[in-house]
Design a binder for this molecule. Sequence first.
Ligand code: DGJ
Length: 736
Amino acid sequence: MAIRYDETRKVFTLQTEKSTYQMKVDGHGILLHTYFGGPADETDFSYLIVPEDHGFCGQPGDVVEDRTYSMDYYPLEYPVHGNGDYRVKALKAGWKGEVPGLDLRYDSHKIYPGKYGLPGLPAFFEAESEAAAAHRTVETLEIVLKDLYEEIYVTLYYGVFEKAGLITRAAVIENRGGKILEVKRAMSASFDFPEGDLDLIHFYGKHACERQFERRSVFHGISEIGSIRGTSSHQQNPFVILCEKAATEDFGGCWGVVLLYSGGFKIQVEKDQFDMTRLVCGLDDDEFIWELKGGERFVTPEAAVLYTDRGLTDLSQSLSAAYRKNLIRSWWKDRKRPVLVNNWEATYFNFNQEKLSGIARQASRLGLDMLVLDDGWFGKRDDDNSGLGDWKVNETKLGCSMKEMAEKVNGLGLKFGIWMEPEMVSEDSDLYRAHPDWAFQVPGRTPNRGRNQLVLDLTRKDVRDYIKTNVDHLLNNANIEYVKWDMNRSIESVGSAADPSQSQGALRHRYVLGLYEILEEFVTRHPRVLLEGCSGGGGRFDAGFLYYAPQTWCSDNTDAIERLRIQYGTSFGYPMSSVSAHVSVCPNHQNGRVTPFKTRGICAMQGAFGYELDLEKLDGEDQAEAKRQIERYQEYSDLFRNGSYYRLTSPFENSDFTAWSYVSEDKTCASLSVVYTDLHANPKGLRVKWKGLQEHGVYVLEGKEYSGKALMQGGMVLPKPECNYDSYMVIIEQKN
Ligand code: DGJ
């Protein structure tokens, strides 16, 4: 049993193979958080809470004589505004027009096999094989809390994935009273840690520089990670790690917290007056007011947490395994992904049928699997100032219909895919001229523009229907096997002509719910189309999107060296199979750097591999190298997609080289890649140690035999770099 309830002591203990999580209903009906760490037994851990009378730590209204009992000091499971807890809170709500405040007490609970669902929102699920097993290892706990005074209920949901080590959380707020309830903040989860000496790892960035690794001590006060951009954003990511100070890749306690949400979010970490740490995560509550009439419910997005005492590598690998088994649904998730060429950096908007056919012919010769037609094929779209919303093929530019284009590409033995940006509209478009009210606009103000485009109001059914119809029409009328779903601006002030009364925060959340509805229908109606997420590169690289799309364009920055950092950061929270990465031309279009073609290939093979350049312009040498890259990727695609990923060095610490490896599930095959990032005169051979091999296995490395133990303990000496940004990749196999 993953979930146990001890009736006598009123203790809930959630067990996974990596962790134990415990809560207790105390004598006042408050749900305390008593333990979350390495696997433990069912001891009632509330003995660790020492009641004391602390100054300025008051009591809830019904606790009259006990000055040691304070919400400001006790570890709480779902802290609320209004009962004397002055730390960051999970929930703030109250009757409209009255003082907000709640005091939640235990009401009831239930435990059942399998995983709860969150209709309309992305959520982890029990895999079919797990549901069919005699011993179910995925269970749900629902704990219902009720306000002490009013008919306001909160149900806390817990999904416990015993094998994966994962615990999911969500909360449902329900108004069973007669008045209107205003929910002003509704976080998905809160975690109280007795520890105060922790580090926070998070991933910040900007366009073309996403998910940069940063590790800092948690300080007294509040650290906040979030996005107010209506998307999960390039600037911050809804995935963070709290870890022990001593934690490394291979050792130490780490809690990885992920929010399954593609819109604005907030993660706050507070180290309080007693050196305890609280982490809350959920929807961005900026300008957020969600009104609930009697009988209505508000469902938060899902959060998930994974604890391991085996360091950061185990955390990332375990999360990746959970995503692959219990989150990503795509038909493609366990299939070899097509090696594709995308025409964006090859042509930008300046293409015609002849150009595309030339690239396709060359792609076919080199052994690629797919041609992707990026931006510019529809409406009036020769630059990024017009055309969005008019999803009709520009046959004059393309020289044929989309169906014919797909047929031509298919005729060369390639699959065919397209780019779309369905959530947006250009003011210079037929759609906007016909329906100006379909764009978010604040009455009386000219809307802010981003990339000279406006955001469609996805809270409206007619707008969602328009998008669904257009996507369906395209996919049903041509053999399109891949769609890159782009989104190229932040969402700020929003105004819906259909419902001007909504708060800004509520509208932005409804926008994301609208998007999820569209994506859900997309994957249901077109299950075999490979959907790739994109938001100006990796501006919406989040676990919520992975529920619909198995991969995301990681960054608009295709420079191999900057990608080392971007992909390194991404690897902490997401599977490398979801990281779309392409070889582009040099000098690189984003930063002008020149790197060897070989190195660009090795970096791109870290993820879902492809090309983003004019294949016709490759010289003979690069063509030969491209062929070798494609052959290698095709041969070992299973290793790169499903293998365990090891970060061997950090590009944020080691300025000489960055190394990583993949080890197959059965450990019989592994790859090691190195990119040299600096050169030195009179160099000595650099050493790197392999990880994750079979200790007693014998591996063949460049014709010689070594034990796994030797390669992991002694390591190997790397060849010396022969030029700037040289690189090296080797694959070893175990001897039978
Ligand atoms: C942003 C994407 O990240 C690029 O790859 C490209 O598709 C452009 N949009 C097209 O407008």
